[in-house]
Design a protein around this ligand. Structure first.
Ligand code: ADP
Ligand code: MG
Ligand code: ZN
Length: 524
């Protein structure tokens, strides 16, 4: 196996950090902190030293640190591996389940394999083949439409494969789907939050059900302590969002949430299928913008909600207890939305109800309320947010259409050549704890009131410019079109698939198997 050079002198910043993605084997300089982490790892798991020269740290999240290690093979060649050191407090069943996902489903169909696992006391290191990759945030501005199409196709292949084993990944996002642009290789990684479907073939995922309060929280946020979001500078903060515990029966709820009740209300969700809470303890906060003490004292709804807020499906955000493989399909849809619009992260939410409000700005509030009702949740939104035309939205955000108020920039700064973006390499991409450029910019009138995707013009006014794309072009125009990376002729199929992935209703959302058969991929 061959590897290209690890990094060139230009890749080293003044403070000695690697500032470019790894590119192979040449000697690299690492920061003092990383050196110390590597020393610590050698001490924690001494067996590693016999096999690996640990070169660098390539990833760090709340639950693991990932290192690049070089091993001398028996035939004299050297090979690179990713060494994932799990935090010592990870629950043993969690660790074993992650490993079992990799051993049973990994090593094919764009799912990373596992080579070996080391353990000393409570330190566990999972050894995987190293896959050199580029971070999406670094390349999103230069990806062609064809690259996007292939990326999504390969992601769907990986999802089909793991879903066939009854594995729900639960944390589908670009940082967990590695992409080597030059070699066109892909790898789904990180089964650290995976759960099983009711008929999963992964035995250990079955054992996780009673383990919700484990040290690797199944519905915990990542690294929340390292970044305090500033809600005042986002419009999302202005749509008040609350979770309201159930109080009424289905019928009452459906009456109350009919379109006539739209008013100055916050976004709220509640389980409409639950029985009324203790008789005589009815509260006064129903359909108001307050949460009363009775409601505050209700037991929290328990449902899995692992993952990253911006990638979470509506049924996860509303804590629907029955979640299936469809949640991964939603996340794939968010990735596709991000790639088609050239915005990453697309939804940047610090909590679930802000994330839900953002979804409503794209998919419509009535539609969201209706879908939520279908899975037993009642959602109230303070105002009606129209569903957006996906092509118009993506083309506007890409700067291919005039925005209504000239406030939309073609790309967020985070995707440009900022050092923040380059240093991002070894961080987790959880939008809640990495301050990146806001995805949305406020609309003049809506400022401070609602998520900014509202800024996109109404689809009906925009039809003419998309039909222009269909008209024949003279040869002289062809070169310019090639330079546009195909973004001037994104087929309707792309937006049709996006619409089906971002189906608010998990029971009708497209499956991975169906998505692979979508006309967008007919030649693949
Ligand atoms: P965590 O649970 O901490 O998110 P991951 O398994 O997602 O851990 O790994 C974190 C990061 O490490 C990934 O986003 C990726 O950049 C890098 N990484 C993980 N596995 C590999 C691999 N096999 N090859 C190359 N890089 C990897
Ligand atoms: Mg990860
Ligand atoms: Zn109340």
């Amino acid at each position: 196996m061959e590897f290209s050079p690890v990094c060139t002198p230009e890749d080293i910043s003044t403070d000695g950090c690697i500032i470019k993605p790894d590119r192979g084997r040449r000697k690299r300089k690492v920061s003092r902190d990383v050196e110390m982490d590597i020393e610590f790892l050698y001490k924690a798991v001494p067996q590693l030293a016999k096999v690996f020269r640990i070169i660098d740290k390539i990833g760090e999240g709340t639950f693991s640190s990932v290192y690049l290690g070089e091993a001398q093979m028996r035939d004299g060649t050297k090979e690179m591996f990713a060494l994932k050191h799990l935090i010592p407090t990870s629950h043993p069943t969690r660790i074993a389940a992650e490993l079992q996902c990799l051993t049973v489903a990994g090593g094919r169909e764009n799912v990373v394999g596992v080579t070996y696992c080391f353990r000393k006391e409570d330190h566990v290191v999972i050894v995987m083949p190293y896959m050199e990759h580029q971070a999406i945030v670094d390349i999103i501005g230069s990806l062609s439409f064809e690259e996007v199409r292939l990326y999504i196709y390969h992601l769907l292949k990986a999802l089909k494969h793991i879903h066939q084993f009854g594995i729900i990944h639960r944390d589908i996002k670009p940082n967990n789907f590695l992409y080597n642009r030059k070699r066109k290789t892909y790898a789904l990684v990180d089964f650290g939050l995976a759960q099983g479907t009711c008929d999963t073939q992964i035995e250990l995922l079955k054992d996780l059900t009673g383990l919700r309060k484990s040290s690797r929280p199944v519905f915990g946020e990542r690294n929340l302590n390292s970044y305090t979001p500033a809600p005042t500078n986002t419009k999302q903060a202005a749509i008040k969002t609350e979770v309201v515990k159930p109080r009424r029966t289905d019928d009452a709820a459906s009456q109350k949430y009919s379109s006539a009740t739209w008013g100055p209300l916050p976004v709220r969700t509640q389980t409409s299928s639950q029985k009324p809470v203790q008789q005589g303890l009815t509260c006064n906060c129903y359909l108001t913008d307050r949460v009363c003490n009775i409601c505050l004292s209700r037991k929290p709804q328990v449902a899995p909600r692992a993952g990253t807020p911006g990638f979470r499906a509506p049924e996860v955000l509303t804590k629907c207890p029955n979640q299936g493989t469809a949640i991964d399909m939603w996340s794939a849809g968010v990735i596709l939305l991000s790639l088609l619009s050239g915005r990453y992260p697309f939804f940047k939410a610090s909590d679930d109800l802000i994330a839900l409000a953002q979804i409503m700005t794209i998919r419509g509030s009535r539609e969201t309320v209706k879908a939520a009702k279908s899975f037993g949740k009642a959602v109230v939104c303070s105002r009606e947010l129209p569903r957006q035309d996906l092509r118009t939205l993506c083309e506007t955000l890409r700067g291919r259409r005039p925005s209504p108020d000239n406030e939309v920039t073609p790309l967020p700064e985070a995707t440009r050549n900022s050092s923040e973006a380059r240093h991002r390499k070894i961080q987790d991409d959880t939008p809640t704890h990495r301050p990146t450029e806001a995805t949305f910019k406020p609309h003049k009138e809506e400022a401070g009131e609602s998520p900014a995707a509202l800024l996109c013009t109404h689809p009906n006014n925009q039809k003419d410019s998309s039909s222009k794309n269909a008209t024949a072009r003279r040869p002289t125009q062809r070169k310019a079109e090639e330079d546009e990376g195909g973004w001037d002729r994104v087929p309707d199929e792309a937006y049709d698939l996006l619409d089906k992935l971002l189906d608010l209703n998990p029971s009708t959302r497209i499956t991975a198997t169906q998505a692979l058969q979508h006309p967008l991929f007919k030649d693949l």
